[in-house]
Design a protein around this ligand. Sequence first.
Ligand SMILES: NC(=O)c1ccc[n+]([C@@H]2O[C@H](COP(=O)([O-])OP(=O)(O)OC[C@H]3O[C@@H](n4cnc5c(N)ncnc54)[C@H](OP(=O)(O)O)[C@@H]3O)[C@@H](O)[C@H]2O)c1
Length: 334
Amino acid sequence: MADRVNRQWLFKSAPKAAVGPEHFEWREGPAPRPGAGEVLVKTQLLSIDPANRAWMNGATYRGQLMPGDVMDGFAIGEVVESNADGLKPGDVVEGSLGWQDYSVQKPRALTKRDGKYDDEMLIGPLGITGLTAYFGILDVARVRAGETVVVSGAGGAVGSIAGQIAKIAGCRVIGTAGGAAKCDWLVRDLGFDGAVDYKAGGVRRALKPLCPAGIDAYFDNTGGEVLEAALALMNMFGRVACCGNVSQYNTGAPPAATSGVPGFLVTKRIRMEGFIVMDFFQRRAQAEAALAGWVKSGALKAPSDVLLGLDQAPAALAGLFDGRNKGKMAVRVG
Ligand SMILES: NC(=O)c1ccc[n+]([C@@H]2O[C@H](COP(=O)([O-])OP(=O)(O)OC[C@H]3O[C@@H](n4cnc5c(N)ncnc54)[C@H](OP(=O)(O)O)[C@@H]3O)[C@@H](O)[C@H]2O)c1
């Protein structure tokens, strides 16, 4: 199959502030061939994540992208050629396949997925998105029935699932999101008990009446103003699960780290804990079974926003920072 064409987005330069199409370069060429012990994977559904933007500016939990690299991205794909044991053409896999049609992979860099779920399910509730929400809410925020839980970025992929898991756990759940329409959607369609439009300003003032008994657990996707507002309303022994910092990824000059611990963290014995979902992967099967069950029963909705065509990837990434997505943002490559 020497005539396969590989379309790719290369990372061209690091954005000084907002990411846009000018930071990527389109290239077309022949698809690579797998060597011994390798497979050729065709990318099907590309996950578009705020972290993609963070990788462009420096090392995070992974190394920095360098100009000229294929833009990295997590994706679901299909094995189309195999010279490796354990994987055959037609197998569905997940991994860092990149913003491209084809990639050569070693089996150890891939996870074979169960073909009984479609790729939107695999990239959403049963992928990094759902697992982050699951472990963040249950293991890091450790929510309990009857508690008040606030989730920021609640209209996005992780936040929409995190809030619903807290509801399943019996909590009162308030979300924050950009715009009145998204806030209405959280309450009407996803069952949140209330929502605050952080773009309208006065987040703390708006959150307070929705959390009359204070906040027991805060799932932080955004950092910034919402984090400050939530911290001020936390109860004794409150927990803050630090999942991400999306309000800072797309800015030219994120604020410096705080020089001291706010006094109320000490007096209220608040626990703030950052986490990376991969730390919990030894319990992935257990989480997936729970998530799949909730989706099947209708207790968990997993909205997605899928753009068609690899050419859409830069716009999809920029769109995350304009809040254009409801639920999981992804690009269908084929
Ligand atoms: N720790 C982990 O292992 C892990 C794993 C996956 C993801 N994450 C993190 O989880 C968070 C959510 O990721 P996701 O994949 O679910 O993305 P997402 O929430 O689907 O997309 C990003 C959302 O952020 C909101 N946003 C953009 N700019 C903002 C700003 N300045 N202030 C507040 N909100 C803003 C937008 O919604 P609005 O319309 O509300 O503005 C947008 O929909 C990110 O911080 C990501 O880095 C962490």
